[in-house]
Design a protein around this ligand. Structure first.
Ligand code: AHM
Ligand code: MG
Length: 330
């Protein structure tokens, strides 16, 4: 895979300059795609600022009572509105789909200049928001191919994503991005108000021995899954599960191992959503040299049928995922 060689963690490279440098590599780039990415980075900064005030601002609902009698808004909806406001005036945006919206919003047809579809989960893991645990925004960008299907130009396989990433609101605010040329991690420097490149060309370490899944569901996993889990326990793997996909996948990307959400009795198709959870994360993991699968094939090859479709998810380093898939196929 061709890598941009010029970045090192010693450069002071903001996400804006990174995106512009990337755009320069494409002589015909109009700059519109860069505008989209910078809108997402801006939304990340605004959401991060709100999240820092979640216990202080009485209009933000994190599940408790508002003693001030003011109308509260769940942070998921606030994050959704922030992203829509940041992206809304980008004239190259054709379609916007969100976990918080029943149907995607068609803004412009390809003929009217809508070049991209953006699908996102505005605040994944928001149930953890009041608990001091990392939560995140996940996004996926596809080319808005109107000719594909006028009603649903976004229903494309994940391999066609032109960019994907997440923003993790944790001890620091971290943005992880791929435009199909490796995976790059930026950290928000609150002193200067900019996302700064801290880990260019992230590669997932191979052979990590951490599994990350909701073990409370183990009784309803299929037999292959249970065999694999027993094997991990026997061979000294450790278990880490936050219950916030962005935080769990972030750790998996940095340390290797396997993150999974298998089919369960409650979620027979899996719990996680293909278009704005599984696809963008699988894109990042594959770009970092890892593997994303459902147990029956690569996540990125699934032809979606619905924007909110759920799929089983396996993400991790090659060795760990291969081992799991072998056990499932026995
Ligand atoms: P959400 O999009 O409603 O926040 O749900 C998705 C979250 C993921 O962040 C996480 O991986 C999963 O749900 C945790 O589910 P569970 O509590 O069943 O383990
Ligand atoms: Mg979610």
């Amino acid at each position: 895979m061709e890598r941009p060689p010029k970045y090192t963690a010693d450069n002071l490279t903001t996400i804006q300059s990174f995106i512009l440098q990337e755009a320069r590599r494409h002589p015909n780039a109009s700059g519109e795609f860069s505008w989209l990415l910078s809108a997402i980075a801006l939304a990340g900064k605004v959401i991060a600022a709100k999240i820092r005030r979640v216990h202080l601002d009485p209009v933000l609902d994190i599940g408790g009572d508002n003693v001030h009698g003011e109308q509260q808004k769940p942070m998921d909806l606030v994050a959704n509105e922030i992203i829509i406001r940041c992206l809304g005036d980008r004239t190259d945006l054709g379609l916007l789909g969100s976990e918080e919206e029943t149907e995607p919003v068609q803004l412009r047809s390809a003929e009217e200049g809508g070049k991209y579809s953006v699908l996102f989960d505005p605040l994944d893991g928001s149930a953890n928001l009041g608990l001091g645990v990392g939560v995140g925004t996940i996004f996926s960008i596809l080319r808005h191919e109107q000719a594909l299907d006028a009603e649903a130009p976004h229903l494309q396989i994940g391999r066609k994503q032109v960019a994907a990433g997440y923003i993790l609101y944790g001890p620091s605010t971290v943005l992880v991005l791929s435009t199909g040329r490796g995976v790059h991690m930026f950290s928000l420097d609150p002193a200067v108000g900019a996302f700064v490149l801290v880990r260019p060309d992230l590669m997932i370490p191979s052979g990590g021995k951490t599994y990350s899944l909701n073990e409370a569901n183990a009784d309803s996993f299929g037999p292959g899954w249970r065999d694999w889990l027993s094997g991990c326990r026997r061979t000294g793997w450790r278990s880490r599960y936050i219950g916030s996909m962005v935080a769990d996948v972030h750790r998996t990307l940095l340390e290797g191992g396997v993150f999974a959400y298998p089919p369960t009795a409650r979620h027979t198709e899996g719990k996680l959503r293909l278009m704005y959870e599984a696809n963008p994360m699988a894109f990042l993991i594959e770009q970092a040299g890892g593997r994303g699968d459902t147990g029956e094939g690569p996540i990125l090859d699934i032809k979606p049928t619905h924007v909110h479709q759920r799929v089983p998810v396996i993400l991790g380093d090659q060795v760990g995922v291969d081992q799991l898939l072998k056990t499932l196929r026995r």
